[in-house]
Every structure is written in C-alpha cells, then in structure tokens.
Design a protein around this ligand. Structure first.
Ligand SMILES: C[S@@+](CC[C@H](N)C(=O)[O-])C[C@H]1O[C@@H](n2cnc3c(N)ncnc32)[C@H](O)[C@@H]1O
Length: 276
C-alpha cells in the first residue's frame, strides 16, 4: 500500500489486481490501472470501519463467508450512480412527442418500459411523469439496478430541492410534494407515481429473469463501464427482452456501432430492434 498526494492510501499493484478481477467477475466492470485512486477513495473508509490493515486483508475478509454483507457494500461503493431528472432531455421529448401519441392508433393496449440501470430513481420517475401525463394506454414501468442501496433510495423517492431543477414546473406541481419539518429542503415524488414503478435489483452481467417483452428499454450511461465483450452479451440479453420494433435508449456518449447486429439507429442514442 502506498500513499498518494491527497493522503489516501493506494492499493499496491498486486492488491489492485485482486479488486480488478473481483469487480470484473461480479459486475462486469473493468477498472483500468489508472483507477487505483478511485478504488481507494471509494473503499478506504470501509477498510477503517472493518479495522483491517490493508487492501489485501480487506479483500480476504470480503471473500470469506463472514464478509458477504461487506462484499455487497464494497460493490455498491464501486458503482457510479451519477444521475438526474430528465437527463438527456431529448429522449423524454421523443417519448412524449413521437412514441406515445401513436400508440392507440396502432391498437396497443399496454405499453411496457424498463429502466435497466435506474440508480437512485431520477430516470424512472422522469419516465413515469411523462407516461402518467401523456400515455394514452395502460402502462407498466419496471426499474432495476445492481446496487440495492440506490434501489432503496429510489423507492423512497426523496430528493434534495437542489437536484430537481430539470423537472418541468407542471410536473413538479403535479407529481412532487414539498418536504416540511425535518424534510424541509427536500421534495418527495407522490405516492401515485412511487407505486406506479416496480423497483428491484438486477445485475445486467447475469442472466435476466423472465420479465416479458418491453416496448422501450432505457439502458443509459451504464454500458460505458463495461468492456466490449460484456456489452455484446448484455445487448443480446436486452434484445431478447424487447418486443418486435421495441426501442432501446442508451446514453448520448454511448454507441452500439460495431457491437451488435440486433439494433439499428433511428435517432442519436436511440435504436430499434432489427430482425435477428
Ligand atoms: C451512471 S448511473 C446511470 C443512471 C441512469 N441510467 C442515468 O443515465 O442517469 C449507472 C448505474 O448503473 C448501475 N450499474 C453498474 N453496473 C451494473 C450492473 N452490472 N448491472 C446493473 N446495473 C449496474 C450503477 O449501480 C449505477 O446506478
């Protein structure tokens, strides 16, 4: 273990390899060598809390039968959960203006959406607001993440007011409640919307349970963390979950180019399932 400029002890090369392999095996995320400081920043407090002397001892602990809970905590700390309401606004405009209005005339009775890396819930609640406002047919919204802690937060639906600036005013009035007393400074997504979203944990890196077919899958700002081999495997599983003509939304900095024959681009960061 060595100490970097900001005095956060860094893992040795050997220790880093152990975590690199573990994180890759469990999450499908490959931490490149230059991410030593990130690993340390995220886990150092846990080493102290567990009273272990270095990363090697922490590694042995989380791999031991008693360390199962701590392993989950470590993996949760590694995932990057950055998100916000109505992130990449064009996707929500497309949903509202181009997808939803045509559903009834197509004879569709139920519209099914999955937010597959939902983080703390801002993405699925943004989708839910648009669906509750504009979807002309019944809808279902499933929402998952590998990190059980963020899913817990998503279920609660409580957010600091500072983080809600992109929620349109009319949606804010209709779907959010202002906190009072100890919750002053927070808003809470209303009960109707919270109950409309089905939250659960799911690791994209493992086989998916049978969830039926979706018309729309949001898989945004998560593929970026995986190597190409894993991206391809995930995209194959995602393709199987899409209805014919179903759409996949990825993050605007992500591209499926050269990865899979299953999807054809129709807009920036929007793909249609193509014949397989
Ligand atoms: C940067 S956030 C993106 C949140 C949201 N989709 C957005 O675009 O704002 C990435 C999320 O992917 C989740 N994630 C990372 N690895 C995952 C995996 N193997 N399976 C499922 N979710 C994963 C993380 O826990 C995190 O919440």
């Amino acid at each position: 273990m060595s100490v970097d400029a900001a005095s956060v002890p860094l893992p040795s090369d050997k220790e880093f390899r152990l975590f690199q392999q573990l994180i890759h095996a469990r999450l499908g995320i490959f931490l490149p060598d230059q991410k030593k400081a990130l690993l340390s920043n995220r886990l150092w407090k846990r080493l102290q809390a567990c009273e272990v002397k270095d990363f090697a001892e922490y590694y042995r602990y989380i791999q031991s039968p008693q360390g199962g809970m701590e392993l989950n905590t470590a993996l949760e700390l590694i995932t990057t959960n950055e998100t916000y309401f109505f992130r990449e606004q064009k996707h929500f405009d497309f949903l509202r203006d181009d997808i939803l209005p045509g559903l009834k005339s197509k004879g569709q009775r139920l519209f099914r959406v999955w937010s597959a890396a939902a983080s703390t819930g801002e993405e699925p609640y943004s989708i839910a607001m648009v669906l509750a406002d504009r979807c002309p047919v019944s809808w279902e919204l499933l929402s998952s993440d590998v990190n059980a802690k963020v899913i817990e937060k998503a279920r609660l639906g409580i957010y600091p007011e500072l983080r809600i600036r992109y929620i349109p005013q009319n949606y804010l009035h209709r779907f959010c409640r202002k906190g009072i007393g100890p919750q002053a400074g927070n808003i809470r997504v209303n009960q109707e919307l919270r109950q409309a979203v089905d939250f659960f944990t799911l690791n994209l890196h493992e086989d998916f349970p049978d969830m039926g077919k979706f018309d729309l899958i949001f898989l945004r700002n998560v593929l970026i963390y995986f190597e190409n081999d894993n991206k391809v495997k995930i995209l194959e599983r995602i393709a199987k979950c899409l209805a014919p003509d179903g759409l996949l939304f990825v993050g605007h900095s992500e591209s499926l180019h050269g990865l899979t024959p299953y999807f054809a681009p129709i807009r920036p960061a929007i793909y249609r399932l193509s014949a397989r």
